[in-house]
Design a binder for this molecule. Structure first.
Ligand code: ATP
Ligand code: MG
Length: 266
């Protein structure tokens, strides 16, 4: 059996082949010892580990494991997933919305990190919890998808009240920028959570579209577990990316790119 593991800041992603088929699993980082036990009990296998917590995982393994730089593993994994989808291009950007967000340009078969932002999946969970008390990721994204951010976000057209704005009036002028002092007690969890996802999605896509100017391509491949069961984040990122002239792509199993790349390297 060959096993690729991406131990990130929040989740451990595992890709492995069994009887010729690829399987994917994910675990919270708190279960890193259980993941190590699982590997230690596999018997004859090859393992490659990547991600920020790979050193911790390797120290828990009984057998030696190959280690791979996270960005290289992700690049390789994205390539494999896009090839499977039949959508692999010569050049593209990869935006990995993990705990934090990292942006890469892939061209001439090389990856270069263009930048990132600390606004990512960790922000999504952390701010959501502080604003509403909700703890579970699935509950956060479920409630958010039922909410509207109209009462929280200030649009360009709200500022240019009786005038034609110089840019699209539909763009967000200020996330959480409405006069909230007057209505803060009456906002629902759904509205607050939708506004958090709006903030994360618009930040991530705005930074990505700007980074695309340093890359030959305007295709942006969005990956990372922050998109799992999160249609609202996908919708915000899709519409903002298209509005700014780029093309968003969400590959199937994109959150397993790092694990897939690590497995493929073996
Ligand atoms: P990094 O790459 O920044 O080190 P990571 O690899 O752990 O972090 P991902 O697994 O890509 O990051 O994404 C983590 C994010 O995915 C969380 O911050 C959260 O928003 C979201 N998420 C999706 N499913 C879950 C879950 N079951 N539990 C917690 N967070 C989840
Ligand atoms: Mg990661």
């Amino acid at each position: 059996m060959i096993v690729g593991i991406d131990a990130g800041g929040t989740l451990i992603k595992v890709a492995y082949t069994k009887k010729g088929e690829v399987h994917f699993e994910k675990y919270p980082i708190a279960e890193i010892e259980q993941v190590a036990d699982w590997v230690n009990n596999l018997g004859d296998c090859k393992v490659c580990v990547t991600g920020g917590r790979s050193g911790v995982l390797v120290s828990l393994l009984d057998q030696p494991a190959q280690e791979m730089v996270e960005f290289e593993a992700t690049h390789l994994g994205v390539q494999v997933l896009l090839e499977k989808n039949g959508t692999l291009e010569d050049a593209y950007l990869v935006t990995n919305v993990g705990t934090g967000t990292s942006i890469h340009c892939i061209q001439d078969n090389m990856q270069e990190r263009l930048g990132g932002t600390g606004v990512g999946g960790g922000t999504l969970i952390g701010l959501s919890h502080l604003l509403t008390g909700v703890t579970r990721y699935d509950e956060i994204v479920g409630l958010a998808s039922k909410g509207s951010r109209d009462r929280l976000d200030l649009k360009v057209k709200d500022i240019y009240e009786d005038k034609e704005p110089p840019i699209s009036g539909e763009l967000t002028a200020s996330n959480f920028g409405q006069n909230l002092f007057a209505i803060s007690d009456g906002l629902t969890k759904e509205e607050l959570l939708a506004a958090v996802i709006g903030l994360v999605g618009e930040t991530v896509s705005t930074v990505s579209v700007q980074a695309a100017r340093q890359c030959r391509s305007s295709t942006i491949v969005y990956i990372g577990s922050s998109f799992i069961d999160n249609p609202l984040l996908k919708e915000v990122v899709t519409s903002y990316t298209i509005l700014r002239g780029s093309v968003p792509v969400f590959p199937d199993n994109g959150e397993f790119s790092g694990a897939m790349g690590a497995m493929t390297a073996l």
